[in-house]
Design a protein around this ligand. Structure first.
Ligand code: IYR
Length: 220
């Protein structure tokens, strides 16, 4: 595919405005939390469409956009996915995960039970596409994990900015999702993300984020 080049610019903002905008966005994003307790309150499909469009605006290697977002609101299908996820997760929590890993997770209140898959009005399963089939030939995509990771970050930010909550769930192994969602052979499940409102009595662990000095190095 060939692209013509078109002009692109952004307005140069006064320093104060630049600082204000960046601060405002940080303050919004800093309110985002992973939530495990969902409300069953419905969310319109149009919202999910906009969230996916935002995710899909992410940069990707050679602009291959190597992702598919599968959105599920069907009650029976969500339940089938919950059962399959829990089967894997039970095995993981009951032996596949190391003692150290389980100890690290204990304060976050996770376990093998995934009732949020039943309760949240939507589940978005993010798939990565390591290659495309073009005229019967395999064409590799580039920086697939990086690209899909960035798109997933955009998705989580869009969910939060819309006023909803999500959870980054990684049933492991998660290949059961290929069959359950009838995906083609070039798609691999990447993340399972419930989307909705928090339950009225939702709780989150009182975690704290690393300070700027702990995460940033400004080189002299
Ligand atoms: N895949 C499991 C376990 C899990 C692992 C990490 I690292 C977490 O931060 C949270 C959970 C699950 O999704 O429950």
């Amino acid at each position: 595919m060939e692209f013509p080049f078109i002009p692109y610019s952004r307005p140069i903002l006064a320093e104060k405005e630049l600082i204000r905008r960046s601060e405002e966005f940080f303050e919004q994003m800093d309110q985002r939390r992973s939530v495990r307790h969902f409300s069953a309150a419905p969310v319109p499909r149009a919202v999910i469409e906009n969230l996916i469009l935002t995710a899909s605006s992410a940069p990707s290697g050679a602009h291959k956009q190597p992702w598919t977002f599968v959105a599920i609101s069907n009650t029976e299908l969500k339940h089938a996915i919950r059962e399959l996820a829990e089967k894997e997760e039970k095995e993981s929590y009951d032996g596949r995960m190391s003692e150290e890993w389980l100890k690290d997770l204990a304060p976050l209140g996770t376990d093998w039970q995934k009732e949020f898959i039943d309760i949240a009005p939507w589940i978005i399963v993010v798939f990565k596409r390591p290659y495309e089939i073009v005229n019967g030939e395999k064409k590799n995509n580039y920086y697939v994990t990086e690209s899909v990771g960035i798109a997933s970050g955009f998705l989580l930010a869009a969910i939060h900015m819309a006023g909803l909550v999500s959870l980054t769930h990684t049933p492991s192994p998660m290949n059961f999702l290929v069959k359950a969602l009838e995906r083609p052979e070039n798609e691999r499940p990447f993340l399972l993300i419930p989307v909705g409102y928090p339950a009225d009595d939702a709780m989150v662990p009182d975690i704290h984020r690393r300070k700027l000095e702990e995460v940033a190095v400004f080189v002299k």
